[in-house]
Design a protein around this ligand. Structure first.
Ligand code: GDP
Length: 469
């Protein structure tokens, strides 16, 4: 059926193979990134800016006035939750703007655009309809791809190896030390272990670690409390018989792979045409070298999912098709004055080099950029101790007071920054970054102050501009 699907999809926009009826082109745009990377804000702002045309000069179709209309339509997949665009937009643009609730699971939204074709022949035909199906899903779920190749014993060995030194790790190991893996399964014991392991993953995430798989342990959705999520790593034991704690953990790990991980890749991931991977690079830089290195590794793992051949099962889902473009975007760039943006983009590129080389190898076109889906600040340069300081001004979340702040310096040499020889105790962004919790700005930026986003239009141009020509 994967083959049949590939064939049907490749001729979409021409005629439907079964009905013979002309169908409109469809772009399936995947939006992912680790939790709090900015997915919800990105999608809400992208859709709002496309519907409210004129704020997207970097999107060629918008600049030449070719997008005649943009409107929401029922999505094609009836069983996938709809992205809650209206509620999120209301949060962000209400009387006291707030940040919306973040992504917890997969969701979808169809934005349809009426586009006047350009070029020599364009004027001869009327506008055509292009559907943009946006699929929002947690980047944590992509990390689970690595689990498919591992047995429970292999995964356990790696997970146990990572535990010491991470938040909650010692607690889990202490708890594990009290249990006999060969003993008969006692459900409360399995639950205690899973709970402690999950607490460790959540605490690690809080502390800035990126690789906190299995992904559903952090964002369980409606699987919370189910046996497929009630397992944890245990050292292998030779004498674990049927019905033992170890054997049951092993069985549940396999169930997680089969019933949770595979369906996601089959039903959602394998159908994506274009992908944006949002990365909170600033957050990781601020958290320090260890967090940045961990983010680099997690990104390499995440993007491994886009490399055909890495996993035979996944490759079989992609027969006849591939992800054509991948954008890596450092989010929340409005924390920085635009003079610091090139440095942020260079760091993002360095961070993703390894992962990006792999994806390039797969024939996908890739690009890195810095953006802010919703600008919460305006720029301000102030004289400070005889020097010009490039600051940003915004309204603070807590107090509601306006403040001009300087986040601090970015690491200087992106290439060396990620080398093993790097010093451990470096401090980056140690200016005001810590207190830069801005409220989303009300949409009052005047034309001189630029659009209410940073490079969202360029991101759109890269991701699907070619389909609107
Ligand atoms: P998700 O977990 O990937 O869906 O992340 P969200 O979209 O909910 O974003 C997480 C948080 O990052 C938000 O609550 C904001 O505080 C912040 N954020 C996201 N995008 C922007 C942006 O463009 N500018 C600023 N200043 N903050 C942002």
């Amino acid at each position: 059926s994967a083959i049949a699907e590939g064939v049907t999809r490749s001729i979409e926009g021409v005629t439907d193979s079964v009905t013979g009826v002309f169908t409109d082109p469809v772009i399936r745009l995947g939006v992912t990134g680790l939790s709090r990377a900015g997915k919800t804000v990105f999608i809400t702002s992208l859709v709002a800016n496309l519907m409210d045309r004129g704020r997207m000069p970097g999107l060629q179709a918008a600049a030449r006035g070719a997008i005649k209309a943009a409107y929401l339509q029922p999505q094609p997949d009836d069983t996938v939750p709809r992205f809650d665009f209206e509620t999120h937009l209301e949060d962000m643009t209400g009387a006291t703007p707030e940040w919306p609730d973040s992504t917890r699971a997969v969701s979808e939204l169809r934005l349809s655009m009426k586009v006047q074709p350009g070029g020599l022949l364009g004027g001869l035909s009327g506008p055509r309809t292009v559907h943009l199906d946006i699929v929002d899903y947690p980047g944590e779920w992509l990390l689970d791809l690595g689990l498919l190749e591992k047995s429970y014993a292999e995964w356990s060995a790696e997970a146990l190896d990572r535990l010491p030194g991470r938040p909650g790790g010692a607690e889990y190991l202490a708890l594990l030390g009290q249990e006999d893996a060969a003993a008969r399964l006692d459900e409360p014991v399995a639950q205690r272990l899973a709970k402690s392991f999950t607490a460790h993953l959540n605490a690690s995430r809080e502390a800035g670690f990126s690789d906190c798989s299995p992904g559903r342990f952090l964002l369980p959705g409606d699987l919370a409390g189910s046996p497929a999520l009630t397992f944890a790593p245990m050292a292998q034991v030779a004498d674990a018989g049927r019905g033992s704690l170890y054997r049951e953990m092993d069985r549940r790990f396999e169930a997680y792979k089969r019933r949770v991980v595979k369906p996601f890749f089959r039903d959602h991931f394998s159908r994506i045409d274009r992908q944006v991977v949002l990365v909170d690079v600033l957050g990781a830089i601020h958290a320090g070298p260890q967090a940045l290195e961990d983010l680099r590794r997690a990104m390499a793992d995440i993007l491994g999912a886009f490399r055909p051949g890495r996993n035979a099962w996944l490759t079989s889902l992609f027969v006849g098709r591939r992800v054509e473009k991948i954008l890596f975007a450092a989010t929340k760039a409005d924390h920085l004055h635009h003079r610091q943006h090139p440095a942020l983009t260079a760091i993002t590129e360095a961070l993703l080099r390894e992962a990006r080389d792999r994806a390039d190898f797969a024939g996908a076109q890739t690009q890195a950029m810095s953006l802010a889906a919703l600008r919460a600040t305006v720029e301000e340069t102030r004289r400070h101790e005889g020097q010009d300081l490039d600051m940003v001004r915004g309204t603070l979340l807590g107090t509601g007071k306006a403040a001009a702040l300087y986040p601090g310096d970015l690491p200087e040499e992106p290439a060396r920054l990620l080398s093993p020889a790097r010093e451990g105790a470096q401090q980056w962004l140690d200016g005001d970054y810590n207190v830069m919790k801005f409220r989303p700005a009300a949409l009052t930026l005047t034309p001189g102050e630029g659009p209410p986003h940073i490079r969202l239009d360029r991101a759109a141009e890269f991701l699907f501009g070619d389909k609107l020509r």
